[in-house]
Ligand binder design. Structure first.
Ligand code: OVM
Length: 403
């Protein structure tokens, strides 16, 4: 205990290889220590690992701002690692304007319009997965399904060229790593992304974007004066940053959840209309975005604990999603649960603006899987891609048992 503040100080590093590999014992320790904890090695930080405080912080955007960065770095003190995102790392009124544009482009109406073509690609990919599985006895779910699907359907929706799309994976990996400390996980991902950074920024130019795609619609909003012309490429960059690595690893995490719970998979197989809640529960049980920060912009309190202005607040979203005070049998993956209030898409004003498209992608892949496959077995050890923010895989070998 720290006598000055009365806040428990824990000697745990959320960014150690051990905790990135298996964060759950750390989550339990943090939740049980108190509503707010300090971390010995991160003196600028307080952390919330319970659902109640995490939710409260995310729903008070006036006190807990995003404009000073949603990673460990405080942009009021340190220079942002890249020009700051105009939506993720912004507050009102800037955020209000950029959010309105992206939320219209990815509205429920858009989701209805893209559904048929996304479904066709999901069916085609699962046909291919079963063929490869028949030929080889197993497949790498990441290589055959999880990586290719968003790289096809979401990148097509944005309207970027096919050549070089794999660069987006290196970029996303780096962006999410940059929200943690400058550890080896981060510096290695920066080394990999350097050669493709110019390619990424080039794709944000109007001339590169298919007319009528999400990217072009952002430029149209600039032409209409909703945002400035200088802001348009930066908002396209947000789609490229946030739209691939997240959904890709959510598709990985969903198969990981179902593979570990054969009875839940059997339920899904017998009723493929459970695809949507099965995906949602996977987001709760194994949250792809594990953490985001806010910054206290004034002296304030969390759960009655005084928090000084400029403190970085580490919100452990994945831990909130396993908080036993919020969720009965929190560690149990149950596709009959309707996990509303989970924090995997964040919450409040900044809640994931693409979440309807992410859910569509998850639903369609799990539906196509459930129709063709009666069981999933792991076909060897998976390999994780350690990331300071994401729960991610390099490979996830599975054997699909055809129905
Ligand atoms: C952005 C951005 C980057 C990463 C994640 C994200 C989850 C947004 O550049 O706006 O939202």
């Amino acid at each position: 205990m720290n006598e000055n503040s009365g806040i428990p100080v824990l000697d745990v590093d959320p960014y150690s290889a051990e905790n990135l590999t298996d964060p759950y014992p750390m989550h339990a320790l943090m939740r049980s220590a108190g509503p707010v904890v300090r971390l010995k090695d991160y003196p600028t930080v307080v952390a919330c690992a319970r659902h109640q405080e995490t939710h409260a912080v995310f729903n008070d955007a006036q006190t807990f701002i995003s404009g000073a960065g949603v990673g460990l770095a405080n942009f009021n003190i340190e220079k942002p690692f890249r020009p700051r995102s105009l939506i993720l790392e912004a507050d009102a009124p800037l955020h209000t304007a950029t959010r309105a544009v992206l939320s219209r482009i990815m509205s429920p109406k858009t989701v209805m319009q893209i559904r048929a073509s996304f479904a066709q690609e999901a069916e085609r990919l699962l046909d291919k997965a079963l063929e490869l599985n028949a030929a080889n006895g197993s497949i790498d779910w990441m290589a055959v399904v999880a990586n290719p699907f968003p790289l096809k359907v979401f990148a097509d929706s944005i309207g970027i060229q096919e050549e070089g799309r794999e660069n987006l994976l290196l970029y996303g990996d780096m962006v999410f790593n940059s929200m943690g400390p400058q550890n080896e996980v981060f510096t290695k991902s920066v080394e990999r992304v350097v050669p493709v950074t110019q390619w990424i920024m080039d794709q944000c130019d109007r001339s590169k974007l298919r007319p009528g795609g999400f990217g072009d619609l952002i430029w149209q909003a600039a032409e209409a004066g909703e945002i400035s012309m200088e802001q348009a490429p930066m908002l396209v960059r947000s789609l490229l940053s946030a739209g691939l690595d997240t959904t890709i690893n959510s598709l990985g995490n969903a198969i990981y959840a179902l593979g570990h719970h054969p009875q839940e998979y059997a339920r899904l197989h017998s009723d493929p209309s459970l695809a949507r809640p099965a995906f949602e529960e996977a987001l709760r049980w194994e949250s792809t975005v594990q953490t985001f920060f806010r910054t206290a912009n004034r002296d304030c309190e969390i759960a009655g604990v005084p928090i000084a202005a400029q403190t970085k607040v580490l919100c452990m979203l994945a831990s909130a999603n396993r908080d036993p005070d919020k969720w009965p049998d929190a560690d149990t993956y149950d596709i009959g649960r309707r996990p509303s209030g989970h924090m995997a898409f964040g919450s409040g004003l900044h809640g994931c603006v693409g979440q309807a498209i992410a859910r569509l992608e998850g639903e369609l892949i799990l539906t196509a899987l459930a129709k063709r496959v009666k069981g999933i077995e792991f076909a060897g050890p998976h390999t994780r891609r350690l990331n300071n923010t994401l729960r991610a895989f390099d490979t996830l070998p599975v054997r699909l048992i055809p129905a």
